[in-house]
Each structure stands twice: as C-alpha cells, then as structure tokens.
Design a protein around this ligand. Structure first.
Ligand code: PGA
Length: 250
C-alpha cells in the first residue's frame, strides 16, 4: 500500500501567531486518518508549529534545505537543523526554487540525498512549464528532472521518496491540470522509475499532484488510480479550504 498524503505548502506566508492559529484550527477540524496530513510552514514558524502539532497526527514539513550539515553558508538551513526540529518531510526542487533561486536538477539531487541521509522524506517536485507542454515536451522534461535528481539514489532508498507532479502552468493560476493529464504523467513517472530500478518500485512510490488544488477539484483528481494525494499551495492557507480538500479526497 502506498502512503497517501495531503500536504499544505504555506510558501512565504504566515507570521508565527498566524501560523499557530491556522494549525490549531486544522488540528481541531481534522477528522480522517487514511491520508497523512503534512503542514509546511516557513522556516520561522517550524518550531512553534512543531510544538502545536506534537501528539497529533499532523506531520511537519519544510519548504527547502541546504545539503551540508553545517558550515559557512550564510542564510542556509541544514538537514540536521530540520530533523532536530521534528521535520519529517522536505520539499525539494519546487518550481519556485528552480525559477527564482536558480536551482538546477543537480542541486535538487544533492538536496534529495541530504534529506534521505537524515532519514526525512523528500518530496521531489517535478513539472513542465506551459511552453514545454505546448511544444509536446512534457515527458522529456519530467524524464530529465527525474533522472538527474535520482542519480546515485540506491534501490532501497527510492521507496522513501515522494514525488509531486506540479505542472508550472497550473501553480497559483487557478487552472489545475485535468485529471486525465495528471493521470498520464503520474503513470509515466511510475514507468520511468520502473525502468530505472525495476522490482515493482514504480508502483510503490507515492506520487502527489500539485497546482491549483481546491476543495471542488480534489475528488476528481484523487480518484485517478496513480494519484496518491495532493500538494496544496494557496488553498492550504485557510483551515476551511484545506480541511475541505482533506475531506473531499477519494
Ligand atoms: P497552488 O500551489 O496550490 O497555489 O497552485 C501549489 C504548489 O506550489 O505547491
């Protein structure tokens, strides 16, 4: 059985008091346990949110990480620091990191390995932009992102990675990819992992969809056979819509 996950990426939103009030409300309203629920606040709120969810089924995630444990890297946060705070999931290679901060597939691969080395679960984000989709290059783009990030990842580590398919044109646009588009790419990702690793690992990896997920499109997206959950941005910033998504997931 693949792990099912609904994760809320708060991006650069929420002060500590705001983060606490959001997570308290989610905690109170959360009523199902078949999906693992992960909140991903900004670094500044990790400690307090971690405290607020301790003893609850909600898990803590971080939005980014550096690959070294410590050193002269002003402004960076290490995997050691994250695991020390009780972080269990770490986003790696989100398209906003790639776009605004120059993260290449090689950098994404380093981060992925660092997260695994600290026994946290990386959520590896992949996805094409609109131009690439329209040029029919979606599969090529995903293949390159996957192959480069997975370089050096051993067969027994693959199952510990969560993949999030997030088409860039669907992020924050209000226009989600349709369920068939999502299913096609997710099935391809499984095929690709199977090609690289074999051993039925393609079927064992959890694959999430992200990009304008809302309460009213969650049911159809999560009914696709290869969709194991969702990674939510904007709609995770309010308890009502995030809980709506959790409750509507199939
Ligand atoms: P969105 O963001 O739900 O606001 O489209 C998704 C994401 O960036 O993970």
């Amino acid at each position: 059985m693949r792990e099912k996950i609904i994760a809320g990426n708060w991006k650069m939103h929420k002060t500590v008091p705001e983060a606490l009030s959001l997570v308290q409300e989610i905690k109170i309203k959360l009523s199902r346990s078949d999906y693992k629920v992960v909140v991903i606040p900004p670094f500044t709120a990790l400690y307090s949110v971690g405290g607020a969810i301790s003893g609850s089924p909600i898990k803590l995630g971080a939005q980014n990480v550096f690959w070294e444990d410590e050193g002269a890297y002003t402004g960076e946060i290490s995997p050691l620091m994250l695991s020390d705070l009780g972080v269990e999931y770490v986003l790696v290679g989100h398209s906003e990191r790639r776009k605004y901060f120059g993260e290449t597939d090689e950098i994404v691969g380093k981060k992925l390995r660092a997260v695994l080395a600290h026994r946290m679960t990386p959520i590896l984000c992949v996805g094409e932009n609109l131009e690439q989709r329209e040029a029919g290059k979606t599969i090529d783009v995903i293949t390159k992102q996957l192959k480069t990030a997975l370089e050096g990842i051993l067969i027994d580590e693959v199952e510990k990675i969560v993949i999030a398919y997030e088409p860039i044109w669907a992020i924050g646009t209000g226009k989600n990819a349709n369920p068939l588009q999502v299913q096609t790419v997710h099935a391809f990702i499984r095929e690709e992992i199977e090609n690289i690793y074999g051993n039925n690992l393609g079927n064992k990896v959890t694959i999430l969809y992200g990009g304008s997920v809302k309460p009213d499109n969650t049911a159809e997206l999560t009914s696709m056979p290869d969709v194991d959950g969702v990674l939510v941005g904007g709609a995770s910033l309010q308890a009502e819509s995030f809980i709506g998504i959790i409750n509507n997931a199939k």
